[in-house]
Design a protein around this ligand. Structure first.
Ligand code: SF4
Ligand code: F3S
Length: 107
């Protein structure tokens, strides 16, 4: 099993999740973070830390977010590791909770 970052992280990228991960499995893109499924040890620590509630365990992934399992796997292969919290994106509060953000994911 793994944990998965889903749509609501896009254009928010609060990065609180990064601080609690014991195995540095978050990878950073321009406006989204992903989890490396091969590194995640299912510790559950990141899920409650996300202010945007964008992190789910693979088993609890909502049906409409299922494509993010593959997106996390694919982009964790190419994006660099992020191991320290940084400022959220400037308009994070405005974008938090908006739907239909998936096409805005920058690769
Ligand atoms: Fe890291 Fe644990 Fe979250 Fe997996 S569940 S991404 S190991 S904090
Ligand atoms: Fe994204 Fe939430 Fe982490 S918005 S960067 S998954 S704290």
């Amino acid at each position: 099993m793994t944990f998965v970052v889903t749509e609501n992280c896009i254009k928010c990228k609060y990065t609180d999740c990064v601080d609690v991960c014991p195995v540095d499995c978050f990878h950073e893109g321009p406006n989204f973070l992903v989890i490396d499924p091969d590194e995640c040890i299912d510790c559950t620590l990141c899920e409650p830390e996300c202010p945007a509630q964008a992190i789910f365990s693979e088993d609890d992934l909502p049906d409409e977010q299922s494509e993010f399992l593959q997106i996390n796997e694919e982009l964790s292969r190419v994006w660099p590791v992020i191991s320290e919290k940084k400022d959220a994106l400037p308009d994070a509060e405005e974008w938090d909770g908006k739907t239909g953000k998936t096409p805005l994911l920058e690769r």
